[in-house]
Write a protein that binds this ligand. Structure first.
Ligand SMILES: Cc1cc2nc3c(=O)[nH]c(=O)nc-3n(C[C@H](O)[C@H](O)[C@H](O)COP(=O)(O)O)c2cc1C
Length: 381
């Protein structure tokens, strides 16, 4: 069985964004409407620019699904671009600080940075969100749920309710995908103020995965460590500049006695994902030694403010080298809410890959049998 891998292709203003999903187990029920709901959430969120009013993302499944179930072969997902004008889009000669523009121009020896920004654009993440929808469908078969939300936008921070269901309820009725209605209002005000000032805002996204069994990922090889894989997947999202798991950077300030989560056994909780090996705290964020430990996975990602500014930052014309303001491409003021949907998708994809690697992912049926057998054995340990 091949490893579950997602790759994407497509330019921001090309005909479509495409995702190729390989190594996905056969027999998983797929509901395109659920994928479309995530695609719509990715387009939404307060602070987005006018591009999102043009697009109406929908997934087309071109290969790998028959009668609503995944086939053994690769899956191809397509999200068409309505704003498709790659051939006529104007050249870009003034690199925008914070973008791939300058580095790409020098790497590919081309003064027109259109070729670079078309692929560097976060439009690419429509493909990763579509693939994440499939991953979520697989995880749901094992009672694993992934939820991400915005906990900070600029100076406005959210209070995160203890109950994950409450976080979801608030998030789903929030324009900024925040788990806290009061903070949601402050976040919107912060975005409005940034827009009026011709500026942009970043923030922090939190992601929690529940129902995760112990033992996903592996301590045996650095490439298989789940914390590393998650960090790479999340860090690869456009504009994400920091990733932390559990306490994250705060571990540096505390002594060990206040960081590590003491272990206890509660036979009454043997049916929980933890199998009864309970922890009063979850500072590790659900991962120890590169493996899940039965506690919820908790991950946070810091997003930088959007780099395209209405009041352009100083730059140069790449041909003449004369000082000029950076190019302006129609742009978002804040995309933290949208990025939370992408974090959710890529975390789901990494967890699905780890689950398939652990329980042999040729077919859903085989995975379920292996999962149940392992659970029985672990309970008898
Ligand atoms: C959902 C989302 C939407 C984004 N929208 C914009 C945008 O409208 N304008 C912009 O300049 N950057 C936007 N970005 C960020 C850029 O794509 C990103 O900063 C740029 O490609 C450089 O990559 P890096 O920040 O990872 O170094 C967005 C990022 C995400 C995740």
């Amino acid at each position: 069985m091949a490893q579950l891998v997602v790759r994407t292709a497509g330019e921001s203003h090309g005909p479509a964004i495409v995702a190729l999903v390989e190594g996905f187990p056969a027999g998983v029920p797929v509901d395109a409407a659920l994928v479309d709901a995530d695609l719509a959430r990715r387009q939404g969120g307060y602070g987005r620019g006018s591009r999102q009013q043009i697009e109406q993302d929908r997934v087309e499944i071109l290969a790998g699904v028959r009668r609503g179930r995944t086939l053994p072969g690769p899956i191809v997902l397509v999200v068409r671009n309505r704003d498709a004008r790659l051939e006529t889009a104007p050249e870009v000669h003034r690199p925008r600080p914070g973008h791939a523009d300058l580095a790409g121009a020098l790497k590919y020896l081309d003064l027109d940075m259109r070729d670079i920004l078309e692929r560097a654009s976060a439009r690419e993440t429509a493909g990763r969100v579509a693939a994440g929808g499939l991953a979520k469908a697989l995880l749901a078969q094992f009672g694993i749920d992934v939820l991400a939300y915005a906990i900070r936008i600029g100076g406005a921070a959210a209070r995160v309710p203890a109950a994950v269901a409450e976080r979801r309820r608030h998030r789903d009725s929030s324009d900024v995908y925040a788990p806290d209605p009061d903070a949601g209002a402050a976040m919107k005000a912060a975005i409005d103020a940034a827009r009026e000032a011709g500026d942009t805002l970043g923030g922090i996204i939190e992601c929690v995965a529940t129902g995760v069994p112990p033992g996903l990922g592996s301590h045996t090889q650095w490439t298989e460590k789940l914390d590393g894989r998650l960090a790479r997947a999340v860090m690869s999202i456009q504009a994400i500049k920091g990733v932390e798991i559990g306490l994250g950077f705060a571990v540096a300030e505390r002594p060990g006695s206040q960081v590590h989560d003491p272990i206890a056994y509660d036979p009454g909780r043997r049916d929980d994902p933890s199998l009864g090996y309970v922890r009063a705290t979850n500072n590790a964020g659900g991962i120890e030694g590169g493996m899940t430990n039965g506690q919820p996975i908790v991950l946070r990602a810091a997003m930088k403010p959007i780099a395209t500014l209405k009041k352009p930052l100083p730059s140069i014309d790449l041909a003449s080298k004369a000082a000029e303001g950076a190019s302006y491409e129609r742009s978002d003021v804040c995309a933290v809410p949208a990025a939370s949907v992408i974090v959710e998708a890529v975390v789901a994809t990494e967890l699905a890959a780890a689950l398939a690697a652990t329980f042999g992912g040729d077919t859903l049926r085989q995975m379920k049998a292996a999962y149940d057998a392992w659970r029985r054995a672990a309970r008898e340990l």
